[in-house]
Design a protein around this ligand. Sequence first.
Ligand code: NAD
Ligand code: MLT
Length: 312
Amino acid sequence: MTFNILISDPLSEEGIYPLRQSAELNIVIDTTNTPEELVSKIGDFDALLVRSQTQVTRELIEKATNLKMIGRAGVGVDNIDLDAATEHGIIVVNAPDGNTNSAAEHTMAMLMSLARKIPQAFNSLKNQQWDRKSFIGVELKNKTLGIVGLGRIGAEVAHRAKGQRMNVIAYDPFLTEEKAKKLGIDFGSVEDVLKVSDFITVHTPLLKETRHLINKKAFEMMKDGVRIINCARGGIIDEDALYDAIVSKKVAGAALDVFEEEPFVDHKLLTLPEVIATPHLGASTIEAQESVAVDVSVDVVNFFNGGAVQNP
Ligand code: NAD
Ligand code: MLT
């Protein structure tokens, strides 16, 4: 029996090697579909593999009459309608570990770029300005980094921030102080973290409970001149509230990898010189892409051979 596997977002070719090795799997790579095209084709497929771009909606799932499995080559499953998948008996697997390191490294790169205004200075130099006055930064040493969400990536960021000799405090309602102690960092309520931090980085999933967790009220609690980093999910931070907090100088700057609406070409936050940004590149390394693609590919191969999957 042959199973048809559709890959609808770009995945690492090395990473999908296990799929290519499997004689009973027919692999179709088609990453240019509009949502309507995808809906019209999905009925032919037994499995769908995505990153974050493809929106696996209820409408798509309802047309997916042969679909048995959705594989997410990455962590966040907020682009997949999990309720609809469950109702239709479709198993959803993700790759929760493969991009942790890359996402933590990207967070540190954004934090340091924000502190030293590296993107702004580079732009100025490209525009033939030798300007040493406009780009005075701040040091990280002895500053406090607040981490909201001390999971895989949050914990890796904590390690790295300690290496920069920062003080670190974290908030996570599902973890005990024990984990923070093991990492050698402080643990507090969300209010504690907001009040004492010079830099705040969020590392939660996007859930009903975390949507706009960092909102107008949260910004009001923060220190004047706080700097914000979001390499987790757009929507955890209320973008309108962030815009107002930067304009009012409450927030000195923000480094954003993720946005409430993606993709976009124009964004009002990017009109502010205090904002630096990347287009959702946290997991975009050769290593992470290979690793997440291998993880979901192995799950697909095992599943269609009647075996167990690792990350349902
Ligand atoms: P994880 O599940 O290991 O950690 C998430 C943590 O958030 C958990 O410890 C959980 O207890 C905590 N949490 C849940 N609700 C919370 C709340 N209300 N307040 C505070 N903490 C809360 O996930 P992870 O692998 O560390 O990923 C973190 C985020 O980063 C996810 O949103 C993921 O999608 C995103 N991510 C983004 C990129 C990127 O390319 N920018 C790459 C990888 C992961
Ligand atoms: C993830 O949740 O794993 C990230 O957003 C990375 C990605 O999808 O590329």
